[in-house]
Write a protein that binds this ligand. Structure first.
Ligand SMILES: Nc1ncnc2c1ncn2[C@@H]1O[C@H](COP(=O)(O)OP(=O)(O)O)[C@@H](O)[C@H]1O
Ligand SMILES: [Mg+2]
Length: 295
């Protein structure tokens, strides 16, 4: 399968900086993947996204998007991709619907795919129908983020870039954004997603890349990383007894659990409070491999 994004030895330095912000990073993204870029604030996630969408151009190394070297793309790249920026910038004097209608004209005659959703349908998707005719100036942060998201989908792009799509959202809005992202994946779309939220990365991403100070430290599948870095054992906790005996912890190797007579005895005869396998969390993997914290 050909990669939809292929990055090799990418380096970038902002004009007035004395050190490189992106330091020799390489990765590839397969079509249909949700690829997460996970790293603490200031590590270079947004910069990488800006390089990928050609907002920043003076890089060294190779950067191929949909089979074409970055520098070979003209403005028509934007007919194929959708971009959600970290900070939504809308026309605040216009309504949500007017904003989408305006940005839709940008794609109008380009012959984009026939499955495009109309602005009103997109507002429905992100739960903003009732606010469609309200000025964006009156929107909450969550509403602006959702409008931002709808805007990224105007041209029904096959490849989406979402910069911190759930940052600062309340749990309900965050949940609905994640559901939409998972829905896009089911439609076969590819998503490049940056986040410093390891729970979201864990839930959404097929693969994650850890970036710290402009360097890629690790790329992998979340479930595999958690297994590799955790202990292959289960922790069983029993209930406290009625006579005041404290609850107790027992640990058994995962591999031989089915034939472990002590374990079987325990679950047959004791009141069990909880059983957990001790795989690492993605955050523990991150800290363990990079030595840094996510926030
Ligand atoms: N326009 C800019 N000019 C100079 N330095 C910048 C600019 N934008 C970001 N940086 C610096 O580049 C580094 C990476 O920033 P960024 O990519 O925004 O990180 P992240 O998205 O991971 O939080 C930071 O040290 C930041 O200060
Ligand atoms: Mg950022």
């Amino acid at each position: 399968m050909d990669s939809i994004i292929n990055v090799e030895s990418l380096r970038f330095r902002y004009p007035k900086q004395v050190v490189d912000t992106i330091r020799d990073i390489s990765f590839n993204i397969d079509p249909g993947e949700i690829f997460g870029f996970l790293g603490p604030s200031g590590s270079g996630k947004s910069t990488t996204q800006k390089l990928l969408i050609r907002l920043l151009k003076s890089y060294s190394g190779r950067l191929e998007i949909m089979g074409k070297e970055g520098s070979q793309w003209s403005h028509d790249l934007y007919q194929h991709i959708g971009v959600g920026f970290e900070l939504p910038n809308h026309f605040s004097k216009l309504t949500g619907l007017e904003n989408l209608n305006l940005f839709a004209t940008f794609y109008a005659k380009a012959g984009v795919s026939s499955n495009v959703l109309l602005p009103m349908e997109l507002l429905e998707l992100v739960g903003l129908v009732e606010a469609a005719k309200q000025r964006v100036a009156e929107y909450s942060k969550g509403m602006k983020m959702r409008l931002n998201f709808a805007r990224a989908l105007l041209n029904n792009p096959e490849l989406l870039f979402l910069d911190e799509p759930t940052a600062g959202l309340d749990p309900v809005t965050s949940r609905s954004m994640k559901n939409i992202i998972l829905g896009l994946k089911r439609q076969g779309k590819t998503v490049f997603l940056t986040t410093h939220n390891m729970h979201d990365a864990d839930e959404l991403c097929d693969r994650v890349a850890f970036i710290v100070e402009g360097e890629l430290k690790l790329v992998g599948v979340p479930t595999e990383l958690k297994l590799q870095h955790g202990e292959r054992s289960v922790l069983v906790k029993t209930h406290a007894g009625v006579n005041g005996e404290p609850s107790k912890d027992f640990e058994y190797p995962l591999a031989t659990l089915g034939s472990n007579s002590e374990f079987i005895e325990l679950i047959q005869h004791e009141q069990i409070q909880s059983i957990h396998s001790k795989e690492a969390t993605l955050e523990e993997v991150f800290i363990g491999t990079t030595g840094s914290r996510l926030s």
